[in-house]
Structure formats: structure tokens, C-alpha cells
Design a binder for this molecule. Structure first.
Ligand code: PLP
Length: 449
């Protein structure tokens, strides 16, 4: 890419004057001005190119600017850019059909939203209306979005500022053996204790008050914790026993990220409601939704569902989904993600862990990996304290800076880095990324005891 400092300065100046950014102290940020992107890379106006190991916010599963999807969006724009949600529209019908074909079990009705948080909002509303019960159970170490209900269902510090305690959400601990809330030492113990804890939580809350259990199938932003064998099947059984709706949030894990179309397939579990967004069309046009089981759909067969969105099933977003799903099938994207994880990323990251004392644990599957960075492998003390900012977070900032210096854009959250490139990442790109991570981890090693 050619350098263009004049445009860069104008883009930056207007951003700083007028764009109010998410999750940020507006006066303390310095966003990079991006000039373009293609495949696994993006570049700035200075001519610097970065290998994107974040997939944006873990959503460009087919990489940037896939020509087939770009062409489909252009074609749909020429045909019918938009149309209100009460009508049957070709792109919307086709997207719903293709998504329903891929979602597990009888999740065959699709309510479209504009993103992940709205999908969670509506899944929660459907569960409450279906059961007539008020409470939602959700896990600590989770993220479900930033709208009113979704942020309250979230189990991490991003909720705190928006939590006035009236959202009707009760939180529980999901399994995470490396930092076990149950003092377990084996996966079997962790699964068994986590299930007992969930069942007791429901029993003591009062089963007749609990509408839904909401879980990320594999928690994403909170640390990519693959649940132990038997856990999700156990949650399914508990939900069935108490008439509780099981909601799996697959906003981040859906559409190939974990090496399956949906992460639920790894565990042979079918939820009652499944939320999706991101990978459904690689985020080329905002789209999310709820896949609804027959049983819950039946509740709203002759009774109106009291919810809707102006842009539900937006034709441009749906056309992008149809093309994305076609590309994913044609290019074996899901299988490639599985193979990249099993043959390249998994072994490559484990090899890094052997060399670098700052890596406490490597976990993940497909193109969905976390390195849990620690100050001390023996105690597992995180490299920076929970929810640290400023000076306390300096070791992670130094790690991130070293990645960028090497031409890799890293995903950094608290004391972790997530390795989440597009599902279409090539072998050469994986090797390039691992080399940069190797150098950056040497910087992190400098902060270990
Ligand atoms: N649910 C999960 C599991 C997510 O990872 C996210 C976003 O990262 C959301 C919900 C919220 O999605 P959105 O940002 O599109 O509202």
C-alpha cells in the first residue's frame, strides 16, 4: 500500500473531533486510521500492513473483501436495497432457509436482528414469554452484548457500570479448570461440580422463577474456555428437568470459528434458542438473529410475538449472508478452520508455550485460541491483575506493542491474548503470525517472576 499522510491526517482529525468510540475515554484514545483491508490483512495510510489475528472483533470469518460477497452486496443494492420486515423478500427468505439448514436440531425459525446484543435481548424475551417466568441465569466470565438486557446478562466488568440490580439476572460459575471456581483438578470433577452448582442455584432460586440459562457454548471474550466433556449435555438435562429454556449464545462461536458450523455440534447439544451474528455474513453488513426451536416457535404461532426491529432481515445484510454461506460451502471454510486449529495453530501455540514462561495455558479449537499469560506458572497469577488498566496493565500493553511492531494486530483482553484469525487464514499467514507472537512473548516473559 502507498503512503498517503494527507488523507490519514484528515481521517484522524475528523475522527478525533466527531466520532464517539465504544468503551473508551474519548480523550485518551488514538485510533489507527485504516486505509484498506483484504483477506487476513489490513493497512494504514503510512503504508504499514498488519496481519489481523483479531478478525475485527472476531467476525471476519472469511477475511476482508471477499469478492463474491462484495459482488452479492452490490447486486442486491441494485435490485432491492431495503424493504420493511413484514414482507416476504427473496434475500431474507433465502438467508433464513440456509441458516436454518445449518443450525443444529429443530432450530428452524430465524428472527433476524442487526447484531449480537439484540439477538440476546430477543432470546431472553422469548424465554420469559414462553415460560412465564422472570429470571435469567447467566455465567460469570461471559459476554453477551452491550444493550440493556444483554449487558446485564454479561458476567464480566463491562456490566458493572450498567447494573442497577433490577435486570432479573442471577449469575453462576461455569466450568474453567485452569482457574477452577470449584477447586477441581480434573475435567470430570470440574464438569460434575459445575453441574451440581448450577442445579443447586436453580433449586435455591426456585425453579418456577427461572426462565432461561444463557451460556456461550465456548465463552469467547472472557477467555475461550472449552467446556469439559459432559457439561453442556448436563446443562441440557437440568434445563429439561426444570422446564428452563436453554439459550446458547453462538454470536462469536457460530459459522465456522470453532471448526464446526456451530460449537454446539462439538458437544452434541441442541439448545432451545441459539443466538448468532458476526460470522453469519462475516460482518460485511450488520446482521444477527435468534434460531428458534419448534417448541418455542409454537408459543408464538397464534399469539403475537411482542417484539420487532425496523431492520429485521435487512435485504442487504441477508444477501451478504447468502453469499457468505455459499462461499463457506464452496471453499470448505469450516473444514479449513478445523484443520488449521488441529494441524497449525494448536501445535504452534503449544510449542510457543514450551519456550515462554509467560504462557500459563493454551486453550481453544479451530481458529479460536487463547493464551492465558501469567506472572508465575506455579501460582497461575495472571500477568496483569483482573480488570487492570493504566500502569497496572503495562505488561499487556508492552506485549501488544511488540506484536504491532512485528506487523501483527493482536486481540488482547486483560491478561490474555486471543489468536482468532479468519477461518480462511493460510498456512504461511499462521507461520508469520506465530513468529511475531514468539518475539512478543519474549517481551511478556520479561514481566514473569
Ligand atoms: N454475544 C457474544 C458471545 C459476543 O461475543 C458478542 C460480541 O462480541 C455479543 C453477544 C454482542 O454482539 P454485538 O456486539 O454484535 O452486539
Amino acid at each position: 500500500p502507498a503512503a498517503d499522510p494527507v488523507t490519514a491526517a484528515a481521517v484522524k482529525a475528523a475522527d478525533r473531533a466527531h466520532v464517539f468510540h465504544s468503551w473508551s475515554a474519548q480523550g485518551l484514545i488514538d485510533p489507527l486510521a485504516v486505509a484498506g483491508a483484504e483477506g487476513s490483512y489490513f493497512w494504514d495510510y503510512e503504508g504499514r500492513r498488519y496481519l489481523d489475528f483479531t478478525s475485527g472483533l472476531v467476525y471476519t470469518n472469511i477475511g476482508y473483501q471477499h469478492p463474491t460477497v462484495v459482488a452479492a452486496i452490490q447486486e442486491q443494492a441494485g435490485k432491492l436495497t431495503t424493504f420493511a420486515p413484514a414482507f416476504a423478500v427473496e434475500a431474507r427468505s433465502e438467508a433464513a432457509r440456509l441458516i436454518a439448514e445449518r443450525t443444529p436440531g429443530d432450530l428452524d425459525r430465524i428472527f433476524f436482528t442487526s447484531g449480537g446484543a439484540e439477538a440476546v435481548e430477543h432470546a431472553v424475551r422469548m424465554a420469559r414469554l414462553h415460560t412465564g417466568r422472570p429470571k435469567i441465569l447467566s455465567a460469570y466470565r461471559s459476554y453477551h452484548g452491550a444493550t440493556g438486557t444483554a449487558i446485564n446478562v454479561t458476567g464480566d466488568p463491562r456490566r458493572w457500570a450498567s447494573d442497577n440490580g433490577t435486570a432479573g439476572v442471577v449469575r453462576f460459575w461455569a466450568p474453567f479448570l485452569y482457574r477452577s471456581p470449584f477447586y477441581a483438578t480434573t475435567e470430570a470433577e470440574e464438569a460434575e461440580r459445575a453441574l451440581r452448582h448450577l442445579e443447586e442455584t436453580i433449586a435455591f432460586e426456585g425453579p418456577s422463577t427461572v426462565a432461561a440459562v444463557v451460556l456461550e457454548t465456548i465463552p469467547g471474550t472472557a477467555g475461550i474456555m472449552v467446556p469439559p466433556p459432559g457439561y453442556l449435555a448436563g446443562v441440557r438435562e437440568i434445563c429439561d428437568r426444570y422446564g428452563v429454556v436453554m439459550v446458547l449464545d453462538e454470536v462469536m462461536t457460530g459459522f465456522g470459528r470453532t471448526g464446526k458450523w456451530f460449537a454446539a455440534e462439538h458437544f452434541d447439544v441442541v439448545p432451545d434458542l441459539l443466538t448468532f451474528a458476526k460470522g453469519v455474513n462475516s460482518g460485511y453488513v450488520p446482521l444477527g438473529g435468534v434460531a428458534i426451536s419448534d417448541r418455542i416457535a409454537a408459543t408464538f404461532e397464534t399469539r403475537a410475538y411482542p417484539g420487532g426491529l425496523t431492520y429485521s432481515g435487512h435485504p442487504l445484510a441477508c444477501a451478504a449472508a447468502v453469499a457468505t454461506l455459499q462461499v463457506m460451502a464452496d471453499e470448505n471454510v469450516v473444514e479449513r478452520a478445523a484443520r488449521t486449529g488441529a494441524e497449525l495453530l494448536g501445535p504452534g501455540l503449544r510449542a510457543l508455550a514450551e519456550r515462554h514462561p509467560s504462557v500459563g495455558e493454551v486453550r481453544g479449537t479451530g481458529v479460536f485460541w487463547a493464551l492465558d499469560l501469567v506472572r508465575d506458572r506455579a501460582t497461575r497469577e495472571p500477568l496483569v491483575p483482573y480488570n487492570a488498566s493504566g500502569e497496572a496493565a503495562a505488561p499487556m500493553a508492552a506485549f501488544a506493542a511488540a506484536c504491532k511492531e512485528g506487523g501483527l494486530w493482536p486481540f488482547v483482553n486483560m491478561h490474555r491474548t486471543h489468536v482468532v484469525p479468519p477461518c480462511t487464514v493460510s498456512e504461511a499467514e499462521v507461520r508469520e503470525g506465530l513468529e511475531v507472537l514468539d518475539a512478543a512473548l519474549t517481551v511478556a516473559d520479561g514481566f514473569t517472576v
